[in-house]
Design a protein around this ligand. Structure first.
Ligand code: 6PG
Length: 472
């Protein structure tokens, strides 16, 4: 038998599906897993009858691959990636390529690219989005590293990726950790949109008194609109419609209200804080998850701090798609993408990633978790102006924000009076109102800083740096 075209390390569900995807696209493959029993199970099960062989050792694995070797690692982010690199490196030869397809911290990827390239190996940090189904059928892929390393895997990843109207959902993202950084920001946006939809659900349930099927019907209508049609809206409809086999009630009501996370949302927010980019909607989504996990404390507080008196307000009628609530969600989704793209703009400058924002919009149109019809507009906006600082400055998006703001205000104000937390919706409103303000109250902050710390201030009427002895 000839040498295999493609190698995969790590037979978790994502790894299994990606190697099946590669094989389906004509790439004979060899797989390796730390425990060989898992490899045997896979070859006897889902891998049976395919052009896939197993290797019991890394030496055997490397020996079974054609050169330059293309090896995808699907192992847990962090130390396991470094351990895998250390274990396989002695068997690699010049020009061989390692691809990390996990959710690695982009600074780890920067370091690994530099280390591996200095040993004449290629190293790609590739964000892969789409969950298990996407991995099998066609994910969105965000590869970063040297361009030469990307060129060596381009035919493979273009075939494996989801396909949309204007091509495959993969492109060379940029050098170093660019691919993993873009994936991290993708996940920050994912957190925000998930939280926006959770807030919409809470409002429909608590203010509208609606059940799962009624809410799902509204979501189905939203999924028919250009502004909201998306994978996350689609699966929210499914989640709301699904019944609990044990009770017959809505399954979502049987689930504990404490959300976990694996780190990418946190990294998005930490990066944004470090880079000085405001991402309050994404931050609110992250905080909402963290706060939700303080369940025992919340239960104690609920006994001490009662809700305000009942306050009813209109979310719109289900027959017309709950107009104000829909508009609030549209504004928050637009702003979530906008904050993520603004963060990418800054990272691109800081790290010389030279990101192509229009292409990022394109590769997120299919395969990934945040795929949405709106991404065509994002692609167009950056196609028209590659250095657009904020989506809200694009005419189409500015018009959308103007049209959706009354609904957003109505919903946030009503929720505040009813004592229902809507962290992403209210952060979105504050963000928009701050962003559209020609004058903010930070003049007073500057005055205070100068008052107690002589930090100086600038004046509106003349250039220079000024100090006042405020306390004399
Ligand atoms: C994707 C997802 C995926 C991520 C999960 C879990 O794009 O396919 O982003 O990579 O790992 O969504 O993320 P959390 O556990 O942090 O919610």
């Amino acid at each position: 038998m000839g040498k295999a075209h493609f190698g995969l390390i790590g037979l978790g569900v994502m790894g299994e599906n990606l190697v099946l995807n590669a094989e389906r696209n004509g790439y004979s493959s060899v797989v390796y897993n730390r425990t060989y029993a898992k490899t045997e199970d896979f070859l006897a099960g889902r891998g049976a009858g395919k052009d896939i062989v197993g290797a019991a050792t890394l030496e055997e694995f490397v020996g079974a691959l054609e050169r330059p070797r293309r090896i995808l690692m699907m192992v847990k982010a962090g130390q396991p990636v470094d351990d895998t690199i250390a274990a396989i490196s002695p068997y690699l030869e010049e020009g061989d390529l390692l691809i990390d397809g996990g959710n690695s911290l982009y600074t780890d990827t920067e370091r690994r690219v530099a280390e591996l390239e200095s040993q004449s190996f290629g190293y790609i940090g590739m964000g892969v989005s789409g969950g298990a189904k996407g991995a099998l059928e066609g994910p969105s892929m965000m590869p970063g590293g040297t361009k030469a390393a990307y060129d060596a895997i381009e035919p493979l990843v273009r075939k494996m990726a989801a396909q949309v109207n204007d091509g495959p959902c993969v492109t060379y993202i940029g050098p170093g950790g660019a691919g993993h950084f873009v994936k991290t920001v993708h996940n920050g946006i994912e957190y925000a949109i998930e939280q926006v939809l959770a807030e919409a659900y809470d409002l429909m349930k608590r203010v509208g008194g609606m059940n799962g099927d009624q809410m799902a019907d509204v979501l189905a209508g939203w999924n028919d609109t250009e502004e909201l049609a998306s994978f996350l809206v689609e699966i929210t409809e499914v989640c709301l419609r699904t019944k609990d086999p044990e009770t017959g009630g809505d399954l979502v009501e049987a689930i504990v209200d404490a959300a976990g996370q694996k780190g990418t949302g946190l990294w998005t927010v930490v990066s944004a804080l470090e880079m000085g980019v405001p991402v309050p909607t994404i931050y609110a989504a992250l905080n909402a998850r963290v706060l939700s996990s303080l369940r025992p404390e919340r239960l104690s507080a609920s006994a001490l701090i009662p809700a305000p008196p009942a306050h009813s307000f209109s979310l719109g009628s289900p027959a017309d798609g709950m107009g104000p609530l829909r508009d609030a969600c549209i504004a928050a989704c637009i702003v979530s993408y906008g904050q993520g793209m603004a963060l990418l703009q800054e990272a691109s400058k800081l790290h010389n990633y030279n990101l192509n924002f229009s292409s990022i919009g394109q590769i997120w149109k299919g395969g990934c978790i945040i795929r949405a019809r709106l991404l065509q507009r994002i692609q167009n906006a950056y196609g028209a102006n590659a250095s657009l600082p904020n989506l809200m400055l694009d005419p189409w998006f500015a018009d959308q924000i103007n049209r959706r703001l009354p609904g957003l205000r109505q919903v946030v104000a009503g929720a505040a009076l009813a004592g229902i937390p809507v962290p992403c919706l209210s952060s979105t409103l504050d963000y928009i109102d701050s962003y559209r303000s020609g004058r903010l109250p930070q003049n007073l902050v500057q005055a205070m800083r100068d008052c107690f710390g002589s930090h100086t201030y600038e004046r509106v009427d003349k250039a220079g740096s000024f100090h006042t002895e405020w306390l004399d």
